[in-house]
Structure formats: structure tokens, C-alpha cells
Design a protein around this ligand. Structure first.
Ligand code: CA
Length: 521
């Protein structure tokens, strides 16, 4: 990456990601007017907005426009040097076929192990580690959501003050459970997502369920015998609202509160202990991306991903439509041909899923992405996959599956922020990192979310929503490496409960949103 001279701060600045690129992006707040002379002598022939691309040389009609040394499009007409290169000037390349992919061909990764880093966490009976100590109430169907909300409020007011070591009580509410084709093959995705979320490490192995009674997703189907460890003769803890014993609404609330007490007692007895950083399970994703996402925040997250993998931890990257155009790089980085095949299988499944809806990966980009300078999904994808760093990819999860081992994983999910976060929760994440350029107040009740701003302007305006300002990289005030290390240290602080994220501070919680590719009835 080359950053042209950064001082004084008001001087025209641009960033080129690779020496072979024929475009760079404009860094200055508010963009740069036509006639601006860049430090290398290039004169802008158009006004170029912040985050948008400027042609560094004349680009002939049909020639490739290169960013990250990858063709992000082909010129629809001759583009002069110094012109604003926007989406209307580009023809998007077709997606690469999934045939003849390189498999596990990348050179060996010789990074030094990183030792000695720890955090204070809650060790669970299954060996996983929580970063928070939360009572989560599993629900089988949306019908019970209002009752569960009411009960959670009561628990917070009447019970929680007696259990000071419990951080929170939440209802795991969702739109699934009835009115769905529950025997359709793809129904396994929402069902295993809910099952695995109930086992997220932040819930301490305590599972209580509120069910309606007549729903398709019966508690035994959601959590069949063996799905969660139970003591001998102990039954799954279920409050069924339609049970004959419930006479009046308050009797239902009383049942939920009575059921919560033993769980709260056990959670309250837990204490944080010193845990190696290898027990962190970090889900990374981006949302509200702009052209700086792939220049500042995502590369810093990628550097941090490498630190985490070197420390023996687990990192998941996701967002299938943002990986599709980089599949060749990804399968090359797989540790085995089988892992490469699994990635290609997830891509093929998703291509078919989008095809059933008469869409393709190009449906991913938003008006905000484009206003932020991202011309198309190819450009967005190249900036998105940088979050995965450089480590080998040692595992692949289908949507809703739970992690089985440590290391860098591709967890296949839609790029939709809430669905990706929900599926990473199911996989077992205990810490979430979210980068944003346009800005989103995203947060989850289940796990701390560290938000990383791509631009100083966003970090300044949203100073009490953004946890890290990676815009300092574009400002020439910090390096990708510094910012990656800062993020790593912040993760250990947040995981230990010594520091709250802004989303936790304000209690900003997005809903769980299930990925249900199966029919609704
Ligand atoms: Ca996303």
C-alpha cells in the first residue's frame, strides 16, 4: 500500500493499494475538486468524492481497472488520467467458476507463536470460555416473545439484584418455530442455529426454555437428548405456556421466574479466572462498508487476526458474497484439499441459493457502499477478505454449525450484519469485531461487539459509538500494525470485563435474525 505524503493534513492525499493498481482512492474529507494537483503531479479532471477512485493513468475502453492488483471492472469507455472512476464507468467481471481451484497451495505460514497473553474469563464445563456471564432464555417460537420480554424485565427488577455476578438476563427471541416447513432439508439451518446459540460460551451451560406448546419446533426437537449435558434423571428445563397449571398471565410469569432462580444461583457462583488468549473465539465482520474499509479497518483487523491465530485462538470470517470473488486466494490458503473443497461447496450452495431467487452476488452492494466509493461486489470483496489476515484456513462451518477446533475458520454466512452475527454466535464466538465506514450502531446482547471505524470523520462524529479509529491509518498517524496491536490489547480488556464497548455502555442490541433458506408455510 502506498500512502502519498501526509503532511500538512489538508494537502491532497490518495491511497493506492498495490503498485500495479491504475486507480487510487482520495483520502481527504469532502473529497477533492477538479484541478487539484496531487503530490505526484497528477491533476484531477473531475471532482472526486472522499473514498472514491481516481484514474492514475489513462485507461482505455475495455481495459481492466485494477485495485488490490485485481480487476474490479473493465472500462466502458476511455477514461483519462485524473478522472473520477465510478461504478457507471465499469463493467463488472463475471464470478470465477468453482472448477480447477488451487487447493492448499499457499506457501507454509511461518509466523512465530505468540505466547504469554491472557484474559480473565469464565471457564465452562465443556472447556469453552465465556467473556460475559449471562442467563439466556431459549425460546422455541416467536409466539412466546412478549411473555419472555415481560418475564425478563421482572427478573431484572426482582431477581438480578440478588445475583451481582450475573451480568445480564436475555431472551433468545426469533421469528422461527411455527408456520415453517420444518421437515424441509434446509430447516436444519435455523434449528441448529438456535440449538447452538443456547450453548454459546457466554451462557455458562445453563439452558432454560420457554415454549408455547403447540408449535412445530417442540423443545425435544430443538434440544434432543444429548444436545446439552443433563444430570441423571434431570429433564430439560421447559416452561410451557399452554400447560394446564397456568391460570392467568401472572402464573406464566411466576413459572419463568421460578425456573430462572436455580440457573441464576449457579451462574452467580462463577468467578473469572486467568485464561490463555487461545480461548478467545472472535467473529469478524463488516457492515456499512466504504472504500476505506479495505484500506484501514479491515487490514488492521486482519493483522489482529494473525496475532490471534499466532496466540492459538479461533477467528471466524464470514459473509459468503464478499468471499466469492476471492475464492481462489482462499482455497489456496486452506490447510488441506478437503478444507478447500468445503469452501468451494459453500460457495456453490450459495450461488444456487441466490440463483433460486434470480439474484447473484452483485445484489450485495448497498446504495451506501456505492456512495462510499465501492463500485461493485468485486471491489467490496477484496476489501472484505483482508479481515481474514494471512494465516492458513483450517476449518469451514456451514451456516449454524458449531466450531470443533481452534484456528482460522471460514464460517459460511450471508453478509447481512444481523444474520452473520447470529450465525457466528451459534458457532460459539465469545467476542465480536465489527468494522464500519458509513457507520452503524450495531450491537448484540449476547456478546461484546468492538466496533472499528474506517475513517477519522466517522470516529469523530460517532465518538461514543466507535471503539477504535482505524482512520488514523489513512491520516498517516498510525500504521496497520499499531492499530492491529491496539485492537488485540483492547480485545483482552473487553474479554476480561475490565472495559465495556460503547454498544454495551448504551445497551444497543440488535435482534437475532435467523438464516432460514427453507419454505415458510
Ligand atoms: Ca456484514
Amino acid at each position: 500500500m502506498s500512502l502519498n505524503p501526509s503532511s500538512p493534513p489538508d494537502s491532497p492525499r490518495s491511497i493506492r493499494m498495490h503498485a500495479a493498481d491504475n486507480v487510487a482512492i482520495v483520502v481527504n474529507d469532502g473529497g477533492l475538486p477538479a484541478g487539484t494537483v496531487m503530490p505526484d503531479g497528477l491533476t484531477l479532471v473531475d471532482r472526486v468524492p472522499q473514498g472514491h477512485k481516481v484514474a492514475l493513468t489513462a485507461i482505455a475502453k475495455d481495459a481492466a481497472v485494477l485495485r488490490y492488483n485485481v480487476p474490479i471492472g473493465y472500462a466502458l469507455k476511455d477514461i483519462p488520467a485524473g478522472a473520477w472512476v465510478h461504478e457507471r464507468l465499469l463493467h463488472m467481471p463475471d464470478a470465477r467458476t468453482l472448477d480447477n481451484l488451487p487447493k492448499a497451495t499457499a506457501p507454509a505460514w511461518n509466523a512465530e507463536p505468540l505466547t504469554g497473553y491472557t484474559f480473565e474469563g469464565y471457564r465452562n464445563a465443556d472447556g469453552s470460555v465465556g467473556t460475559r456471564n449471562i442467563l439466556a432464555i431459549t425460546t422455541t417460537v416467536q409466539c412466546v416473545a412478549g411473555v419472555v420480554d415481560f418475564a425478563v424485565q421482572r427478573i431484572k427488577e426482582q431477581l438480578l439484584p440478588r445475583y451481582p455476578n450475573v451480568d445480564d438476563v436475555i431472551g433468545l427471541e426469533h421469528s422461527y418455530g411455527c408456520g415453517v416447513a420444518i421437515d424441509a432439508p434446509d430447516a436444519i439451518i435455523p434449528i441448529r442455529t438456535l440449538r447452538n446459540i443456547s450453548k454459546n460460551p457466554n451462557f455458562g451451560g445453563e439452558v432454560m426454555v420457554v415454549s408455547l406448546g403447540c408449535e412445530k419446533l417442540q423443545p425435544e426437537r430443538l434440544l434432543p437428548p444429548g444436545a446439552i449435558p443433563l444430570q441423571a434423571n434431570e429433564a430439560l428445563d421447559v416452561v410451557c405456556l399452554q400447560a394446564d397449571k397456568h391460570v392467568g398471565f401472572m402464573s406464566m410469569i411466576d413459572s419463568v421466574l421460578a425456573s430462572a432462580v436455580p440457573h441464576l444461583e449457579r451462574l452467580n457462583a462463577r468467578r473469572r479466572e486467568t485464561i490463555p488468549a487461545s480461548e478467545l473465539v472472535v467473529g469478524v465482520q463488516c457492515g456499512g462498508s466504504d472504500a476505506f474499509s479495505g484500506v484501514t479497518a479491515n487490514p488492521a483487523v486482519g493483522y489482529c487476526t494473525d496475532l490471534l491465530v499466532r496466540a492459538g485462538a479461533t477467528v471466524m470470517f464470514s459473509e459468503t458474497t464478499e468471499v466469492r470473488d476471492a475464492i481462489e486466494q482462499m482455497t489456496a490458503r486452506a490447510t488441506t484439499p478437503e478444507i478447500a473443497d468445503a469452501m468451494a461447496r459453500e460457495m456453490a450452495w450459495y450461488d444456487a441459493y441466490l440463483g433460486r431467487g434470480q439474484a447473484d452476488r452483485s445484489a450485495n452492494t448497498t446504495p451506501g457502499n456505492k456512495a462510499g466509493g465501492l463500485s461493485n461486489i468485486v471491489e467490496k470483496a477484496m476489501g472484505s477478505i483482508i479481515k481474514s489476515g494471512t494465516a492458513p484456513i483450517s476449518g469451514v462451518l456451514s451456516p449454524g454449525e458449531k466450531l470443533q477446533h481452534k484456528g482460522l475458520h471460514y464460517a459460511a454466512t450471508p453478509a447481512s450484519d444481523f444474520i452473520c452475527g447470529t450465525l457466528q454466535l451459534a458457532a460459539g464466538m465469545n467476542l465480536h469485531v465489527f468494522t464500519t465506514g458509513r457507520g452503524t450502531p450495531y450491537g448484540l446482547a449476547e456478546v461484546p461487539v468492538i466496533k472499528v471505524a474506517t475513517r477519522t470523520d466517522l470516529a469523530r462524529r460517532w465518538h461514543d459509538l466507535m471503539d477504535v479509529n482505524a482512520g488514523r491509518i489513512a491520516d498517516g498517524e498510525a500504521t496497520i500494525e499499531d492499530t492491529g496491536w491496539d485492537l488485540f490489547h483492547l480485545m483482552l480488556e473487553v474479554a476480561s470485563g475490565r472495559k465495556k464497548t460503547w454498544a454495551e455502555h448504551w445497551k444497543l442490541h440488535n435482534s437475532l435474525v435467523l438464516f432460514n433458506p427453507a419454505p415458510i408455510t
